[in-house]
Design a protein around this ligand. Structure first.
Ligand code: MLT
Length: 290
């Protein structure tokens, strides 16, 4: 039986995962995967607005938010296994998976492992390349800095790169929410995830095998995974759509939620009933709320 609500717990792949699960059970399902070093609450606006038309699920990646860290060494591949186990445990058929940045890395690893599991992908502010030696070195430096100067200092440094220029005046509450998410993350989780990101494999050579609809979204001012990375995904994934959001940086869904949600809805409207059987089960009304 499905448990609906917020901050639910489920044991998956030997760890307790914390998640929100809202919206009608028979509606098409979107599973949201957060970026680093954040947690599921970065998707709060999407869940609130989209839950009238979709079953919307956002979960905390191991070690983040309310999910346990477990005992295994963190890797993006392990995070992808967690996602696949999570979807199985909830018995979700053909979800659309929407991942931002690290969430996109996880989605791309997961579809590589299990190509038939998803109805579609939304890849927001993410990329298929692995880290360059330079970026890897920066991550090691960040680990040193976190240990030396603490998480609050790391949060301030990270925020400078996460948002587009206008957001520093127009999105103060989002910035404050992001600061809270970062400072609530343990030093150990930050370090282990930075290692996992540094060691992740690239997925560019597998993009041609993706056979489901894909929407690529990027903030025009994204400094971490810039529009060029999104263009590369779009070129390599046959039939994909690309949307570039003005006045948004790396956290496009928080900085431009109306546009982000509209693109998501419009993308899902293009699915046929064979791809998402739930469209058959429910007379979908797209309210157009943003
Ligand atoms: C994220 O937002 O998940 C991170 O910026 C990803 C990364 O550092 O590669």
């Amino acid at each position: 039986m499905r448990n609906a609500g917020k901050n639910l717990k489920l044991t998956v792949n030997n760890l307790s995962v914390c998640y929100h699960d809202e919206g009608p059970i028979k509606a098409p399902t979107i599973v949201f995967i957060h970026g680093f070093p954040l947690n599921k609450s970065m998707w709060d606006v999407q869940l609130e607005v989209l839950k009238s038309d979709f079953r919307v699920i956002a979960y905390d990646i191991r070690g983040h938010g309310g999910s346990d860290a477990g005992i295994e060494k963190f890797s993006v591949s392990l995070f992808a296994d967690d996602l696949l186990h999570f979807i199985d445990a909830l018995e979700i058929e053909n979800p659309i998976v929407c991942g931002l940045s690290m969430g996109g890395y996880i989605a791309l690893h997961a579809i590589g492992k299990s190509p038939d599991r998803f109805a579609g992908l939304v890849l927001s502010d993410t990329q298929c390349i692995s880290d360059t030696p330079d970026i890897r070195a920066k991550r090691m430096k960040s680990i040193e800095n976190i240990n030396k100067n603490g998480v609050a200092h790391y949060a301030e440094e990270s925020i400078k790169n996460l948002f587009g220029s206008d957001s520093f005046t127009t999105r103060k509450s989002e910035i404050s929410a992001v600061r809270d998410m970062i400072v609530q993350t343990s030093k150990q989780c930050l370090s282990h995830t930075l290692f996992a990101l540094a060691e992740r494999k690239g997925t560019c050579s597998k993009l041609q095998d993706i056979a489901v609809p894909v929407l690529v979204i990027v903030g025009k001012e994204d400094k971490i995974t810039p529009p060029a990375a999104a263009h590369l995904l779009h070129e390599k994934i046959q039939g994909s759509r690309l949307e570039v959001l003005p006045k948004a940086g790396h956290l496009a869904n928080m900085e431009s939620p109306s546009r982000f949600n509209d693109h998501l809805r419009n993308f899902i409207k293009t699915f046929d009933k064979k791809t998402i059987p739930q469209i058959l089960a429910r007379d979908l009304v797209f309210s157009g709320n943003t």
